[in-house]
Design a protein around this ligand. Sequence first.
Ligand code: 13P
Length: 261
Amino acid sequence: MRTIIGNWKMQLTIAEATQLAKDVAAALPKRLPDVRVAVCPSYAALSPVKDALGGSPVVLGAQDLCHEEKGAYTGEVSGRELADLGVKLVIIGHSERRSHVHEDDALIRAKVQRAFKNKMIPVLCVGETRDERDKGLRDVVVERQVRAALEGLDLPARGELVVAYEPVWVIGSGTAVDPEDAARSHYIIRETLRDSFSPETADRRCRVIYGGSVDKNNVGAFLARPVIDGVLVGGASLSAPEFTAIVEAARAADAKGAGRG
Ligand code: 13P
């Protein structure tokens, strides 16, 4: 089953986010047994988006959470609040947070742990910058980021983890990396997960998805590769027809038998 996640970033008003959620829910079937679909609005829009999704199979996700459980952290939002709101998965360590607010590996690891504690699925983002890629450091950076975020952590019983490979230099560029090139990173991430947990645990409970200028025209080429378990979509998730076309492409890819169960 593929995982398709829309990251709405800070692009919408609450009215726009609510309308988008309604449009996505209306355009998709009432049951989606063959694909997992999630949307991640900003904190302020979580509650109205949840209401707008109604009984739809689309899952509610968040874009971040605080690394601490509770306390004097002005401006932060806790994992338990998110869980209370019905948030099922949470993006952690997005490159925009690594660069704009200087999130480091230790903080990202604490957030992954916090998500697990609150029974949410962390969507851990990793990926190299253009400079790192040009220096031939892609493999090293991706492996290091995954290891650092998971160091000493166990997957909780029935817990799941999603790792999103998002090469920083293609995000928002309109041009995705070559799917074969992305597949190489996915292979490295999967091997790192197998080593960090156990091969069986990693293969059963971890998903590795691709993000960076995914759209309805290129998504099929990514999902045709069995090592790519889904996609994390930014810009194209802001249009209900475009996003639902991506979901349909994932269902078609699974019907052809590509991908992990
Ligand atoms: P784009 O799809 O707009 O490149 O954004 C990708 C992303 O950052 C998703 O988290």
